[in-house]
Ligand binder design. Structure first.
Ligand code: GLN
Length: 453
């Protein structure tokens, strides 16, 4: 009730949700009854979770922020949603996003603009802006987002919450509306690292419905959280932290750099061994990402032809049925990506763009590999600036793309990364620091096992 009241109060201003469940209290009552009967209720019993609207839910609409899926109700739950329900969580609703996850501000939703709870005139980031704002405004406890090029981490930074992008393959993509399949991953928002870890614990693991989901054993992400003696036990002593030099220079707001430097000194005080590391390929990631993500999306989005899903513009002529449905159902940014991707994949330009971008991807992966051989984690800002005004970059796609510089490399390499609030800029907006780990090392066991056998 407390969360629902808060939601009623804040939602007219923040607009995080595209759909709010009407059965939350009934589900909570049912959990109470189970407890009375001594039945097992699961580790997330009664925890309110919001789910990004590109993750399929059988009992709620799933629009992916697009008009073309306006009345779409999937006949199934995404694996992550099924697991949440099995853990006893209550899905409070579906959150707003940039159409199909393409964007960095949530202004690209076909339905509404979400506001940043810290300053309602500012964007919450994107594309998972609704999920980040919902946690930030305390409309739910935790939420699921998706991260193809930063869509969990950048909004976490803008909204002052924790955002966790797991290793590619850690969480099943079954039921996640595909944007760029080799980069997409479902991620977690919470108001603490422990909350994000607990959420990840309940949704991850191998799934035979997603061939790219990992068969690795799921380790306990939360066992090391023992808040009482956490700092006394000096858990970070000896942690080798590499600060990525290329991320604290030109093009990054000075106040953001100051916040990150503050976080770095704090880590040093906690016993981390901090050194600078250079990733010369860092700036190559952005153009490579936009070629690859657009290419994959042009292929993935071909399924929205007006026949199988969502809105259809009726016509006797098949090509105008396709054309009409797409022209009417897809927004400008999505059309731009499809055109760019089709171009990059076309016979005459494939070698120059798509193939080249794949080669860059390998270079980026190798760069991270050697940096992470020498360090336990790598540090950078989550974004080059704090949140900016709604409308500021809406008509400048290249400026919007440039804001993804800190996050896209991590997706190209498939690595896990956590964004943690670490300070504020002068106008009071939060800043997040990004911590990048080795593949499948979300709990930092590499470091822990070495230091505490
Ligand atoms: N802003 C990036 C894009 O538009 C990343 C989006 C995402 O991670 N879904 O592609």
């Amino acid at each position: 009730e407390e969360f629902l009241n808060r939601l009623r109060l804040t939602e007219p201003h923040v607009k995080s949700f595209l759909h709010v469940s009407e059965t939350v209290l009934n589900e909570a009552d049912e959990i109470d009854r189970k407890i009375d009967r001594n039945e097992d209720v699961g580790p997330l019993a009664g925890v309110l979770v919001a789910v990004k609207d590109n993750i399929c839910t059988a009992d709620m609409p799933s629009t992916a922020g697009s008009k073309i899926l306006e009345n779409y109700r999937p006949p199934f739950d995404a694996t992550a949603v099924r697991k949440l329900k099995e853990s006893g969580a209550i899905i409070v609703g579906k959150t707003n996003l940039d159409e199909f996850g393409m964007g960095s501000t949530t202004e690209g939703s076909a339905y509404q603009v979400t506001a940043n709870p810290w300053d309602l005139e500012c964007v919450p980031g994107g594309s998972s802006g609704g999920s980040a704002a919902a946690v930030s405004a305390r409309q739910c406890v935790v939420s699921l987002g998706s991260d193809t090029g930063g869509s969990v981490r950048q909004p976490a930074s803008f909204c002052g919450v924790v955002g966790l992008k797991p290793t590619y393959g850690r969480v099943s993509r079954y039921g996640l509306v595909a944007y760029a399949s080799s980069l997409d991953v479902i991620g977690c928002f919470g108001s603490s690292v422990a909350d994000a870890g607990i959420l990840l614990q309940s949704v991850c693991g191998h799934d035979k419905l997603d061939a790219t989901s990992s068969k690795r054993e799921v380790v306990d992400f939360t066992s090391q959280f023992s808040p009482k003696d956490y700092f006394e036990s000096q858990p970070l002593k000896g942690l080798r932290v590499g600060v990525i030099r290329e991320t604290l220079g030109d093009g990054v707001d000075e106040e953001v750099v100051l916040s990150i430097r503050g976080a770095i000194s704090h880590m040093e005080e906690l016993g981390c061994i901090v050194t600078e590391v250079s990733l010369p390929s860092f700036s190559l990631g952005l153009p490579a990402y936009y070629v690859l993500a657009s290419s994959e999306s042009s292929s993935n989005l071909s399924r929205y032809d007006g026949v199988r899903y969502g809105n259809q513009i009726v016509s006797d002529e098949l090509s105008s049925l396709y054309g009409g449905s797409r022209a009417n159902g897809l927004g400008p940014e999505v059309k731009r990506r499809i055109l760019m991707g089709t171009y990059a994949l076309s016979a005459g330009y494939y070698d120059a763009y798509y193939k080249r971008a794949q080669q860059v991807r390998t270079v980026v992966q190798k760069g991270f590999k050697s940096a992470l051989d020498a360090h336990d984690i790598l540090i950078s800002p989550a974004a080059p600036s704090a949140a900016y005004k709604i409308g500021e970059k809406k008509n400048d796609p290249l400026a919007m793309y440039a804001g993804d510089i800190m996050t896209v490399n991590v997706n190209l390499a498939g690595l896990p990364a956590l964004v943690l609030p670490c300070g504020f800029v002068q106008n009071g907006l939060p800043v997040g620091v990004q911590m990048i780990g080795a593949a499948f090392d979300e709990p930092a066991s590499r470091f822990r096992n070495k230091h505490r056998p």
